[in-house]
Write a protein that binds this ligand. Sequence first.
Ligand code: DGL
Length: 274
Amino acid sequence: MDERPIGVFDSGLGGLTAVRRLRQVLPEEDLVFLGDTGRVPYGSRSAATIRRYAAEDMDFLLRQGVKAVVVACGTVSSIALHTLTDRGIPVVGVVDPAARKAAALTKNGRIGITGTAAAIRAGAYAAALKKRSPHSESLAVACPLFVPLIEGGDTEKGSRMLETALEEYLTPIRDFGADTLILGCTHYPLIAPAIAAHVGPGVQMVDVAAEAVDEMKTILAERNALAKRGRRGILCCHVTDSPGRFAALAGRFLPDTDTLMVRQTTLGKTCAVV
Ligand code: DGL
């Protein structure tokens, strides 16, 4: 047994898709979530900057005494995961678990990949898929406007801005004939219904954060490091921009979380509680 919390980080709201999954499959675990909302989006930045941000995010979680970290960011997982894995605790990114799932799901061997500009440029999803499923073909499309739209609360089908972006990014994937689509940025499940409407009903979508969480569960179980059963874990969220906006949007994505504790931090000291 290990009662220490599990850490989760992302540039923003997207990491809550990992939190949502953790609450479902490991409800007894305490969780510390960091959303670097003061610096989102990461996906338009250089690899060097993303590596620096990732190191700071990781250091913050380590200072909270976490027993493991889910890197709930496709961008960081694509570019910087190898720089985060030498800290003496299990660290799981989203790329490999997602590729494994997509390879298992596809029937026609055509897999679409969506992600931020930096993640698609890095090519990590395509490379992981080639390893898992050498005969499959993939088409990777960068979707740089999705994260700003989602962080702005523009998540509903019918929003004209969102519809334009969906049409622009997803038409090539529909034309490619993918039967499986990797939502390669953890923000994207927050607009999954709108994405489904554009790629068609037969396309199976891979929620990359959910796959990473399932892998983390296996790792902790193997190490006998899960928390004791029979209690509901505490979720504590830290953000680097004002907590109010995050709390309002987060409440929509974590509907069964009764009280949401959100603190503002400067990745060093805590300065406000909402
Ligand atoms: N959720 C992050 C990801 O999975 C978003 C990156 C960004 O901030 O651009 O890639």
